[in-house]
Write a new protein. Sequence first.
Length: 65
Amino acid sequence: MNTRLIKLKEVLTITGLSRSHTYALAQRGEFPQPVKLTERSSAWVQAEVFDWVESRISARNGGVA
């Protein structure tokens, strides 16, 4: 399996979102949930973040990618 985990800094760079907005969206189920790595460390599945970005582009285009 080739699943890459990315840290918050990279998620923010990819999405352009702020830290607080990223966590708020995830809490509401509107953004991928982070994976808890340790008590104080989380990361996101890169493919899920890219899929979310693609869904935003598709929504902008009226459902057409």
